[in-house]
Ligand binder design. Structure first.
Ligand code: BMA
Length: 316
């Protein structure tokens, strides 16, 4: 596929992430049933494979979630039927859509966090537990509206669960916050994650993939947006949070790590959007960042864990 809209290469090359040459790695035509888009997948290592929970919008733009698995993290087998994902009590009455699953391995289970869009209320955070990605058990009601983009940390911190989230204001702006819980049901002690003000992140910021534990801190890939006269652009950035007190930002480069620039990131349902909710560290330390291109297809950008960590710490 032709990926450049210029007759000459684009001048910008971050040098940190490399887009995969087979991008987009999953497109709507790859699904066994008609769909308008497939994007924003949760990602995790499961039984020596990469497992994605694909957000698939059908021809009515209702969301379904399909499991896809791969040995190499590039070529995926997509399960033909969507997962059976139970509704919680409030969702039974008000649910319009669910979206953007993130997958956290925690205490021998996999926890899925997602946004639920409730008619007349906006989005709130949902969570479910699974061991096999076929049967899912709802955990409970986990936020009041408006809140979304929640990622659980993969271990308790000082005996409590922790999550990053993006409470949202009525004007659509929102920033990353952290909250703690003794039991995954009751959340509190919420604090903002204070990031540098950058031109590409003036409007929103939200956690992307589930935090990755490194000896230097929690490595977190996040999205941030800026508005211009043509709309709102989504970028990816990276930050490092303190292992013991993750509300403390240890490093957050001013430079983004990915901007929308290829046709598959600039054209589609939501133009100029790169958005991730899943990254996987492969056995050779490659980080596979799975991201939605223009809310329409699944793309892959790669680097290594040491590279991303060095980049993150380079701008202190
Ligand atoms: C966010 C979420 C994502 C989406 C992004 C860009 O607020 O709703 O699902 O990819 O906007 O449209």
């Amino acid at each position: 596929m032709e990926t450049s809209i210029e007759s000459r290469p684009l001048t910008y090359q971050s040098g940190i992430l490399q887009r995969h040459s087979e991008n987009p790695i999953i497109a709507p035509g790859d699904l066994p049933t008609p769909c308008s888009s497939v994007f924003n997948c949760g990602a995790v290592r499961y039984r020596n494979r990469v497992l994605l929970l694909l957000r698939v919008e059908d021809m009515a733009r209702d969301n379904h979630f399909h499991v896809a698995t791969s040995e190499d993290g590039v070529n995926f087998q997509i399960e033909p039927t969507p997962i059976d994902y139970p509704l919680r009590e409030t969702e039974t009455r008000f649910l319009e859509n669910r979206f953007d699953m993130r997958i956290t391995p925690l205490e021998g289970s996999y926890y899925v966090t997602h946004a639920s869009w409730l008619a007349g209320y906006g989005s709130c955070i949902g969570i479910a537990r699974t061991k096999d990605f076929h049967s899912f058990e709802p955990v409970g009601e986990l936020s009041v509206p408006s809140n979304r983009n929640a990622a659980l940390f993969p271990e308790k911190i000082h005996g409590r669960y922790a999550r990053l989230e993006r409470p949202q204001d009525i004007d659509g702006s929102g920033r990353i916050w952290i909250s703690y819980s003794p039991d995954l049901i009751h959340w509190g002690e919420s604090r903002p994650i204070v990031l540098p003000v950058v031109p590409w992140g003036r409007c929103k910021s939200g956690i992307g993939a589930v935090p990755i534990k490194t000896p230097r801190g929690w490595l977190c890939i996040y999205h941030a947006t800026s508005k211009n006269c043509a709309g709102e652009n989504y970028y990816l950035g990276v930050m490092l949070l303190d292992l013991e007190r993750p509300e403390k930002v240890l490093a957050a480069p001013r430079q983004f790590i990915l901007q929308p620039e290829t046709p598959y990131e600039c054209m589609g349902q939501v133009p100029n959007a790169v958005f991730t909710n899943g990254a996987v560290v492969m056995p050779d330390d490659t980080i596979n960042i799975y991201y939605g291109g223009a809310d329409t297809r699944v793309c892959l950008a790669q680097t290594t864990l040491p590279n991303l960590l060095d980049f993150c710490l380079s701008e202190k």
